[in-house]
Design a protein around this ligand. Structure first.
Ligand SMILES: [Zn+2]
Length: 296
């Protein structure tokens, strides 16, 4: 029975991953995700259903268009496999529950945003804003760990119904997550007179906050900047990595030195926020326990 559910979730993930690929290619370019149907970006030939089966078609066609043999990006099977894996990973963690459904939706939104930010440096509102609304609504049905808000309530000797607690936790998660990065954004702008990251990052954190709740949002707010900093150092230290760096910012041309391009161009920070949020879904509890272990 469990194996059946796992398989169904995996296949559902593959199908949703396939749809995500369409979103990733089209939404940042403000194209419709419905029409026209799938077509080869090189020759424009429309893709028949049998060439549109997740993972399988890409493998059988060896990553090339059937008509013009132009290579098809590895991003297509990667997004499908990642979404399928994340969907089926939710079940052993959260069981047959609303929470599994909620976190599958969260994973879907995050994978889309991570790849859109990596490819175009954009975090479209279609995903972030609708994610904020969905996160709120679903926190009512299936709250995540509300320990952070419970801790605050105890400090003030206040109490709330379980539904009230769930909504407050989602609201505080959004407020703290977005607030922290809005502050960082504003301070950076005041000091350097230009944007260090996009406002999309702030919206992404608000969305993550509603899904994750206060406790796990704090974890993401701490881990994502550390991860982004390590990545920047790595890119600076290893010139060979610069050509494959996320986003186009680092490929600023031969006359721009690595240091300059590092200092004057933003990195796609949403990739790190998204990746840390995915990590928080599955390993957040474990990381908090590990961290709190130092204070015992
Ligand atoms: Zn083609």
């Amino acid at each position: 029975m469990d194996l059946t559910i796992e398989c169904v979730l995996f296949i559902t993930g593959l199908v949703f991953g396939s749809f995500l690929n369409v979103c990733i290619s089209r939404i940042p370019r403000e194209q419709s995700v419905v029409s026209p149907g799938s077509h080869c970006p090189s020759c424009g030939a429309s893709v028949r259903w049998r060439d549109n089966i997740p993972l399988l078609s890409w493998a059988l066609l060896r990553g090339r268009c059937r008509h013009c043999r132009a290579p098809i990006s590895w991003r297509y099977p990667a997004v499908e496999l990642l979404t399928g894996t994340l969907f089926s990973a939710c079940f052993p963690y959260f069981g047959a529950s609303w929470l599994t459904l909620k976190l599958c939706i969260f994973c879907f939104l995050l994978v889309g945003l991570i790849f859109m930010d990596a490819e175009t440096g954009l975090l479209p509102r279609e995903f972030t804003y609708s994610g904020i609304v969905l996160g709120f609504v679903l926190s009512w049905v299936a709250p995540t760990d509300t320990a952070g808000t419970q801790f605050l309530l105890r400090l003030y000797d206040a109490s709330l119904s379980s539904k009230g607690l769930a909504l407050l936790d989602a609201a505080l998660g959004a407020l703290v997550g977005a607030g922290f990065f809005y502050l960082a954004w504003a301070v950076y702008y005041l000091v350097r007179k230009r944007h260090g990251m996009g406002f999309g990052d702030v919206a992404l954190m608000a969305m993550a906050g509603t899904f994750l709740g206060l406790k796990l949002t704090l974890l993401v707010s701490f881990c994502a900047p550390v991860l982004a900093m390590l990545y920047s150092i790595l890119i600076l230290a290893v010139p060979a990595l610069r050509a494959t760096a996320l986003g186009s910012e680092f490929n600023a041309g031969p006359d721009v030195g690595a240091r300059d391009s590092f200092l004057t161009h933003e990195i796609p920070f949403g990739v790190f926020l998204g990746a840390c949020s995915l990590g928080a879904v599955f390993f957040g509890e474990w990381m908090w326990r590990w961290y709190l272990g130092f204070f015992r």
